[in-house]
Design a protein around this ligand. Structure first.
Ligand code: AMP
Ligand code: ZN
Length: 475
């Protein structure tokens, strides 16, 4: 069994081995996107990082024993502004953006979380939680707003390691008249006629940003769960505020907090004014494959700033193409993988999983894949192929197969002839008729057919010198 060690932002250590509250239901919540525009390349980083963690947890605890939740923030002033400027409805914009997000993240190999709640579907639990916070003296209503009283929670600032006094000194926030303390943050705010709103005990309004994650995590994962993640720009204030709300509502909330560092482009912060801002879709449209994007992302550890560069993109393209050639040379296809699985030869490489379990050391895991890719037979390459799948670098083995035959439309007669020769060869072998078996092998060699024997079953692929005309006489 792979041991998992995760660097916990809360304790600032990687010390203790990760032990889930319930190993039959390991629970993880990750803050998702605010949906008003295409995901930029930086947004893909947390998605890929936590997808790797999701895959690792499923590997260790079993596919059915992990619950992964990632929300969609579909109520936000940026969405309202987009609706106002485009003349489109908020629902249209959020529906479209959510579908874009799922398509683009699917393209970079991210498995969809088990739950993808939309904030607007959880207004009632948010209102209930806010009422509870008011009743417990941690929040107050003022002028149609409800504010969380930061001074009512002594541990405020513990996650990000900031003291409230420093925060006040550093804050440039405008101190609204309805706030008792400048640090207090909004749980609920009033909506005018042009802004989406819901009825509440404080009048028609909408939630502040932070409360949605506290309410949705509680509803879907319970009062205490294992892992909470997001980009490190969310540590303060978003996650600090989530913790304050949830703890004051009496929930234990998340045990382990994980934060990915930010992504830059060619050494600079991605920004529209620098002209280095692009979306995942821009890259896909330029012909950069999702696997290449993913491989570049995995080549930097998630707690280090990551730099997207053209050089890295090219290197990743070469690596992936080399790896695919290795597999194709050994006849890998959906069928091969199926046979390996059936024969019990589809196993993880313990060293690779160990490296990954060490705080998601993806660069280390890639280095291990390079070693494993040197396997000399299809069976010896199984841990390599398994590793590629675990890291999400190959999702569909038939894709490897299709490119192995280069997408050529073979004439109808060819595949049946080759299949027949393989059957005859295996019969000859079973009869210990070595002369005949060798003759058939030589014939297939002459036609440039690559034969792979795995777990007693033969499969074939077109080699570089594929020339089926040699077999024409056997039509
Ligand atoms: P947002 O929609 O801005 O709330 O961002 C969605 C997710 O993307 C959050 O987890 C952010 O931390 C993350 N994120 C935003 N920009 C970057 C970036 N440049 N690099 C890495 N992660 C980012
Ligand atoms: Zn959140």
């Amino acid at each position: 069994m792979t041991d998992i060690y995760l660097y916990n932002t809360k304790t600032r250590t990687k010390g203790q081995q990760f032990t889930p509250i319930d190993d039959k239901n390991v629970r993880m919540y990750v803050c998702g996107p605010t949906v008003y525009d295409r995901a930029h390349l930086g947004n893909a980083r947390p998605v890929i990082v936590f997808d790797v963690l999701n895959r690792l947890l499923r590997h260790v605890y079993g596919d059915k024993h992990v619950t992964y939740v990632r929300n969609f923030t579909d109520v936000d002033d940026k969405i309202n502004a987009r609706a106002a400027e485009s003349g489109r409805s908020i629902g249209d914009i959020t529906d479209e953006t959510i579908q874009w997000f799922l398509d683009d993240m699917g393209a970079v190999g991210a498995i969809e979380p088990d739950h993808m709640p939309r904030a607007t579907a959880y207004i009632a639990p948010m209102v209930a939680m806010i009422e509870d916070l008011i009743a417990k003296g941690h929040a107050y209503a003022a002028e149609g707003h409800v504010l969380f009283s930061v001074s009512s929670y002594a541990e405020y600032g513990a996650l990000s390691g900031r003291s409230v006094d420093d925060m006040i000194a550093g804050a440039r926030v405008e101190v609204a008249p309805y706030k008792r303390d400048p640090m207090d943050f909004v749980l609920w705010k009033p909506s005018d006629a042009d802004t989406p709103g819901w009825d509440s005990p404080w009048g028609r309004g909408r939630p502040g940003w932070h409360i949605e994650c506290s309410a949705m995590a509680h509803d879907l994962l319970g009062a205490q769960f294992d892992i909470h993640g997001g980009g490190n720009d969310l540590t303060f204030p978003h996650h600090e505020n989530e913790i304050a709300q949830s703890k004051c509502a009496g929930h234990d909330f998340a045990n382990v907090w994980l934060h990915n560092e930010m992504l830059q482009v060619e050494g600079k912060k991605m920004s529209k004014s620098l002209g280095n801002f692009f979306t995942v879709r821009d890259l896909l449209d330029q012909g950069v494959s999702g696997e290449v994007i993913r491989l570049v992302m995995l080549s930097t550890h998630y707690r280090k700033p990551m730099d997207w560069t053209e050089t890295k993109r090219k290197e990743a393209e070469k690596t992936l193409s080399d790896w695919m050639s290795v597999l194709q040379k050994h006849g890998y296809s959906a069928k091969t993988v199926e046979i390996l699985k059936a024969a019990g030869d589809w196993a993880a490489d313990a060293e690779l999983m160990g490296v990954l379990g060490n705080d998601l050391n993806t660069p280390g895991a890639l280095a291990r894949l390079h070693v494993l890719s040197k396997g000399r037979t299809a069976e010896a390459l199984a841990p390599f192929a398994h590793g590629l799948e675990t890291l999400g670098l190959v999702s569909d083995w038939s894709a490897a197969e299709a490119s192995a035959s280069d997408g050529d439309d073979l004439e109808d007669w060819i595949a049946p002839v080759i299949d027949r020769l393989l059957v005859e060869r295996s019969t000859a072998r079973a009869d210990k008729n070595w002369g005949e078996a060798d003759r058939l092998r030589d014939l297939l060699n002459a036609a440039g057919v690559q034969v792979t024997d795995i777990a007693g079953e033969a499969s074939w692929a077109q080699g570089p010198d594929f020339d089926p005309s040699v077999l024409e006489a056997l039509k």
